[in-house]
Design a protein around this ligand. Sequence first.
Ligand SMILES: *[C@@H]1O[C@H](CO)[C@@H](O)[C@H](O)[C@H]1NC(C)=O
Ligand SMILES: *[C@@H]1O[C@H](CO)[C@@H](O)[C@H](O)[C@H]1NC(C)=O
Ligand SMILES: *[C@@H]1O[C@H](CO)[C@@H](O)[C@H](O)[C@H]1NC(C)=O
Ligand SMILES: *[C@@H]1O[C@H](CO)[C@@H](O)[C@H](O)[C@H]1NC(C)=O
Ligand SMILES: *[C@@H]1O[C@H](CO)[C@@H](O)[C@H](O)[C@H]1NC(C)=O
Ligand SMILES: *[C@@H]1O[C@H](CO)[C@@H](O)[C@H](O)[C@H]1NC(C)=O
Ligand SMILES: *[C@@H]1O[C@H](CO)[C@@H](O)[C@H](O)[C@H]1NC(C)=O
Length: 491
Amino acid sequence: MSSNNAINLSSIQQTSHVNQLSLATLGKSIAISGLVLFLFYTLMYNHPYKPSSDIFTPFIEQKWPSNSPYNVTNPPTNISHIMFVLAGSIKTWNYRKPYIEAWWRPNRTRGNLWLDVAPTEYLLPWSPSSPPFRINEDVTQLKNIHSKMVDPIQVRMYRSILETFKLGENKDVRWYVMADDDSLIFVDNLVEMLGRYDHNKYYYIGKNSECVHSNFQFSFDMGYGGAGYALSYALVEVLASNIDGCIERYQHLITSDYMSQSCLADLGVDLTIEMGLHQIDLVGDISGLLSAHPKTPLISLHHFDTINPIFPSKNQSESINHLMEAANIDQSRLLQQTICYYRPSNWTFSISWGYSAHVYESILPRSILRKPLETFKPWQKVRPPFFMFTTRWPSDDPCQAPHVFFLETIQNNDRDNLVLTSYVRSSPRNLRACSSNANQSAEPVSRIRVFSSAPARKEYGKIECCDVEYVAGNDTADVKLRACMKGEMLA
Ligand SMILES: *[C@@H]1O[C@H](CO)[C@@H](O)[C@H](O)[C@H]1NC(C)=O
Ligand SMILES: *[C@@H]1O[C@H](CO)[C@@H](O)[C@H](O)[C@H]1NC(C)=O
Ligand SMILES: *[C@@H]1O[C@H](CO)[C@@H](O)[C@H](O)[C@H]1NC(C)=O
Ligand SMILES: *[C@@H]1O[C@H](CO)[C@@H](O)[C@H](O)[C@H]1NC(C)=O
Ligand SMILES: *[C@@H]1O[C@H](CO)[C@@H](O)[C@H](O)[C@H]1NC(C)=O
Ligand SMILES: *[C@@H]1O[C@H](CO)[C@@H](O)[C@H](O)[C@H]1NC(C)=O
Ligand SMILES: *[C@@H]1O[C@H](CO)[C@@H](O)[C@H](O)[C@H]1NC(C)=O
């Protein structure tokens, strides 16, 4: 949403600037003040044609400073207050079932998987590890909707909100969370995130696409359905009685999430963006993105059918289960980037906890490393700018290209309250050593062990720091996570 603001503001400003130039009679001073204003807006809001990673970050931080309220409601929000509304279909369920079962907690997570038709014998008996299923009403038979729907499938999916509401199982429900059958949800982080908002007010919390073009085509103000979006229960109540009217009004829209944001807009509710939700409108290798996650807890991932397995040595469902091993031990640190230095060799370590570790043969500051390496491609073949965030182009300069390691094992050692994650080299880097660094190659390192303290959740909105313990020539480097010291510079 802020990006849309930025575009509007700077284009208005550009227009007025042009007008001022054509009205030369108005004199120099106005042109100069126009220029000053133009520069001001350009600097303030990021020019739309220079994609910037942090289009949203300053926005979020101004709205919720680091002492942002936790547990704004009493008693605090927990897993039992969330009603999941999962949109599925018989055709896709067969191969998407592993995605949902990786995060669904039977008898603890509440909600349903909504299907188009009753499951065939092939899918029965229904797995107790899956969410219970429900069959949507046939929208083509509805008497109160007179429109010629462009896409009845999308209308069916959208009406799952209403049909869930009508089940009357809303006791103590504070939030409805909509997601697709190929969304992976990190439930503990979701609970914490929702706990920062008051469900008695109207909230529509989601995230738009990574791709500028998708947002341009649909909306910059839309919570994309695969990333998942949350509606406060107060909002669900007013929405339920209006949904069919909205379907009539927005019959020409081709996706359910677009209908949803249009209907909510008409109720006066706009999107609140949360950076931990990920639509993943990307193709190929998304390891660059997952190795430099924004410093907010990971809440969702999506589109596993269109990206490479996230761990190069595993297939997709093995990869998801592998990531969930780390998620089940410490979601608060999952994919959180921690950076530290081995000064005797001028090496930089960048850890994405529970996923990857990168070692650079030079000292790189956090301002660089927080930009994802552009290992992935946009959803559609379009002209740049592709992404809503700044990326780094992968380099074969030995001083800029990382040695890459992926999570191998995770051990939770209750005795000394330490969690040990171990990352192994995925393949040789095949570059000579960085010569401006006295040729001190990191090639001998084949394993990185990261120690973190458990079970305390990492504090929301804060990064952690670390120390490297290494003896030159050893094949193993140890990294110990710790709180950052006051004023500690990562550079
Ligand atoms: C929020 O409440 C839960 C449950 O009482 C508690 O475990 C958690 O520590 C609280 N979070 C914060 C940040 O106070
Ligand atoms: C969630 O909070 C409610 C109070 O609102 C409490 O009764 C319930 O036991 C809690 N459930 C879990 C799973 O913590
Ligand atoms: C869920 O609860 C039902 C009824 O209480 C019980 O029969 C079933 O075994 C439980 N399922 C799991 C996976 O714990
Ligand atoms: C992934 O690998 C596992 C274990 O090797 C195997 O059981 C499963 O069928 C594979 N899945 C796919 C989709 O290939
Ligand atoms: C590390 O970098 C510093 C500053 O550039 C330089 O003075 C020092 O010689 C370097 N050390 C090694 C081992 O290259
Ligand atoms: C680094 O290696 C290059 C190529 O092998 C060599 O020319 C250069 O002298 C070496 N630099 C140092 C500081 O050892
Ligand atoms: C290499 O490092 C590991 C882990 O820190 C340590 O256990 C081992 O003793 C070291 N080996 C040598 C030869 O220093």
